[in-house]
Design a protein around this ligand. Structure first.
Ligand code: NAD
Ligand code: G3P
Length: 336
């Protein structure tokens, strides 16, 4: 049994905390509000983020960060990218006061705006080394809505520290949830962020009425684009063929449980982006990641035509069919 604090009571933080609690770990879930913690402790539900799901009786929630983190061996951050720095900085204050060192993991899929930093780079900067023994990421094809129903799921746990990755593997492994370890944190973080851009495109194709040929073409060429950027930044090529790469691209680009796919589908059906974001009620990471990756690719002269197309749709209000036509009429080329 491991003592673990999960920071973030949204859909994924709650689902992961629930897996760990069902595995008889000592889990504290840090929520933003006391009302949410009371609901989880009293009713064993989190209706806003996981409607109709029954959470483990053993899962304890608190809105008190110091209490959540107290004596934890592992801290897992599962908040949207845009608040990672803020939450990590609050965590650093608490670890400092408690003079406490933890394995620091996250399950957040995005890149910081303006700096284009990965999540672990932000954690590295915000949480001094004396308070963290290692950094890890839980990634892979895993929608909270399926995990909470005990649908079969395999995830990846990436870390340079094999022992830390194996510790996380043990915390979460059970008959319906199977974690694999890997040692490519950089590649896993990039793949996790990039697949959301392609998933928006895949949903948009479905919303426009295109079929499986179109989706397969987009996902395959999207993977090629993800891999090219990843390799340029030092990722391992195999990561893009693993759970954090193609695995997550398949689920996010095909499943109606994906927020990114659903946002794309609604764009394809003619809805406006602001309206989609307002109504989703949960983070659609691919929207801001598209902007970060588009800018980063431009600055570094990396060709990313699909990302550029999604950027034109999201940020320049260009008609979807025009963008598709441009992609289909690019100069003919070899696949390799
Ligand atoms: N939902 C999934 O199935 C899933 C699966 C894998 C990875 N992820 C990733 O996990 C991350 C979180 O996604 P989610 O779906 O759980 O998001 P969500 O929108 O469901 O929940 C976000 C949570 O963060 C909390 N939060 C927001 N601002 C905060 C702040 N300043 N301080 C403390 N808490 C704050 C909210 O209260 C909420 O509980 C994202 O990067 C997402 O890509 C999600
Ligand atoms: O619902 P999405 O689109 O944020 O995707 C969630 C996960 O990343 C799927 O693995």
């Amino acid at each position: 049994m491991t003592k673990i604090a999960v920071l973030g009571g949204g859909s994924w933080g709650s689902a992961l905390a629930n897996v760990a609690a069902e595995n008889d770990n000592d889990v504290r879930l840090w929520t933003r509000t006391a009302t949410q913690a009371d609901e989880i402790n009293g009713q064993h539900t989190n209706q806003k983020y996981l409607p109709n799901a029954k959470l483990s009786d053993g899962l304890m929630a608190t809105s008190n960060l110091a209490l959540a983190v107290m004596d934890a061996e592992v801290v897992l951050i599962v908040v949207p990218t845009k608040v990672v720095r803020e939450v990590a900085s609050q965590l650093a204050d608490v670890l400092n006061k408690q003079n406490h060192r933890v394995i620091l993991a996250h399950a957040t899929k995005g890149l910081e705006q303006e700096t284009y930093k990965r999540i672990s780079e932000m954690l590295f900067e915000e949480v001094p080394e004396k308070y963290r023994s290692s950094l890890a990421m839980v990634s892979g094809p895993s929608h909270a809505e399926d995990v909470i129903k005990h649908d079969l799921t395999a995830v990846s746990i990436a870390s340079d520290d094999k022992a830390a990755a194996q510790k996380l593997q043990k915390i979460f492994a059970n008959a319906s949830f199977r974690p694999y370890t890997n040692n490519d944190l950089l590649g896993s973080e990039l793949a996790a962020a990039l697949k959301n851009i392609i998933a928006i495109g895949s949903g948009a194709l479905v919303g426009l009425g295109y079929g499986a040929n179109a989706q397969a073409a987009l996902l395959t060429r999207g993977l090629s684009e993800m891999r090219a950027l990843g390799l340029a930044m030092g990722a391992q090529p195999e990561t893009f063929l693993g759970l954090a790469g193609i695995g997550d691209l398949i689920v996010t680009g095909m499943s109606p449980n994906s927020r990114n796919y659903r946002a794309g589908q609604q764009l394809g059906e003619g809805k406006n982006l602001q309206e989609i974001q307002d109504q989703m009620g949960m983070v659609i990471e691919g929207v801001s990641t598209t902007k970060a990756v588009y800018e980063f690719a431009k600055q570094n002269h990396v060709e990313m035509p699909i990302t550029e197309g999604i950027y034109r749709i999201l940020y320049q209000n260009e008609p979807l069919r025009e963008v598709i036509q441009d992609l289909m009429s690019r100069p003919l080329r070899s696949e390799n």
